[in-house]
Design a protein around this ligand. Sequence first.
Ligand SMILES: O=P(O)(O)OP(=O)(O)OP(=O)(O)OC[C@H]1O[C@@H](n2cnc3c(O)ncnc32)[C@H](O)[C@@H]1O
Length: 173
Amino acid sequence: MRIVVGSANPVKKAAVEAVVGDATVDAIAVPSGVPEQPRGHAETIAGAQTRAWEAFDTGGDESAVYDYGVGLEGGVASFDGADDLYLVMWAAVTDGVRVGRGAGPSVRLPSRVAVRIRNGEELGPVMDDVLGTDDIAKKEGAAGALTGGRIDRETALSTAVAGAFGPFVSELY
Ligand SMILES: O=P(O)(O)OP(=O)(O)OP(=O)(O)OC[C@H]1O[C@@H](n2cnc3c(O)ncnc32)[C@H](O)[C@@H]1O
């Protein structure tokens, strides 16, 4: 089986590899069609879906090359009943016909981070600034830093990917 992930971020490729067994996983940077920092669930989901389709389409007409395209998008959003700002993540998987979607864990952003995001900054650079790190989004991520290392961005994203694969691996759909 061949899978293509629509991102050059190695954490995203690793998150897919963690849940797809011995499939071959390629990764390619593709447009997400949404701002660098998606805001709200709808924008984050749209980014994941566009990445999945764009990645799948790199396989050529009717994608002779890939069985599945996968898109992963990180965003910031609130929930009914929880007005704070959360780091959220969504995955989309397509086989060229259908699309599966799955969400990863949501982790509340500390107020000093949230205020900067609400003022227009991007989460990755803000987290690097606050933590004194370099490209944390390509490593343990905000998910790692904000949970004291109990999860990291790869495992968090992999749960979203597992959910998005549901319709392709479970007969219950
Ligand atoms: O190369 P791409 O695929 O674009 O990967 P990315 O990590 O830069 O981009 P995303 O679109 O998934 O995330 C949108 C923004 O949110 C940031 N972000 C998302 N999850 C994060 C995390 O766990 N830790 C730090 N920054 C995160 C990310 O760095 C971007 O600034």
